[in-house]
Design a protein around this ligand. Structure first.
Ligand code: ATP
Length: 233
């Protein structure tokens, strides 16, 4: 579904991604874990087309993506739920969801909205209220639901657990896990390595712009290096 080879990116003259290789196959949940500043967000921005790439290749569903502008990547089925949620606070929950479906005018938009409300019942309750009035966890739910309204083949999720209380983190991770049944492939970037690896099929560990370890999630959770550096065990 998504193949990244030798990906490099820089801010000005400072390179922050030094040749990333990564693969996500259809219906997988793959996570990239790593400390603050490792380059996870930059990687996702390169994939969604909002950060320029200085080297390497991105392929999505068989096509070269590296030079395709961001809005066309969305049309091809690659959708991002950004770090910090970035919902539109002054408009209603429902209007935020409709914006996620801006590419479509067919009847399926109403069905997709219904699916979103089934996935997150609290959003139905608050559908007519300004999104800025939602709690942090509810805003995260809205950000994920809005990204799903774009009918992605692959969803890029940036730190969905950030700043949430443990109960909400568990709820968000459960929702991400349930996307597998909806046939949505997920690339999840997280500082919460344990939570992310628990729901993912495979994981990559990123350190200062490089992938330093990769493998099935259960193997990474059992790896003493990961346990010490990221799981605090
Ligand atoms: P976080 O969890 O804090 O988002 P991250 O792993 O996602 O961390 P990035 O945000 O991708 O890491 O940052 C990677 C490196 O690039 C860091 O050294 C960061 O300081 C730097 N960086 C990020 N954004 C910019 C920017 N707009 N201009 C300059 N440097 C940046």
């Amino acid at each position: 579904m998504l193949t990244v080879e030798g990906l490099r990116s820089a801010y000005g003259h400072i390179e922050v991604l030094h040749g990333i290789d990564l693969e996500v196959t259809s219906r997988e949940i793959v996570t990239v874990v790593g400390a603050n500043g490792a380059g996870k967000t930059t990687l996702l921005k390169c994939l969604s087309g909002t950060q320029s790439v200085t080297g390497g290749d991105i392929r999505f569903r068989g096509d070269a993506l590296t030079t395709v502008p961001a809005y066309k990547r969305l049309k091809r089925g690659l959708s991002q739920s950004p770090e910090g949620r970035q919902i539109f606070t002054n408009i209603s929950v429902e209007e935020n969801l409709r914006l996620g479906a801006f590419l479509f005018t067919d009847d399926r938009v109403e069905k997709d909205m219904e699916d979103a409300f089934q996935m997150f019942p609290i959003l139905r309750e608050k559908r007519n209220l300004a999104a800025g009035g939602l709690s942090g966890g509810q805003q995260q739910m809205l950000a994920i639901a809005r990204a799903l309204m774009g009918r992605p083949h692959c969803l890029l999720l940036d730190e969905p657990s950030m700043g949430l209380a443990p109960l909400l983190v568990a709820q968000i991770f459960d929702v991400v896990k349930s996307l597998r049944e909806k046939e949505v492939t997920v690339l999840l970037v997280e500082q919460n390595a344990f939570g992310a690896l628990k729901i993912a099929d495979r994981g990559y560990v990123m350190e200062t712009g490089r992938i330093t370890l990769a493998g099935p999630s259960d193997e990474l959770i059992a790896d003493p290096r990961i346990r010490e550096a990221y799981l605090g065990i």
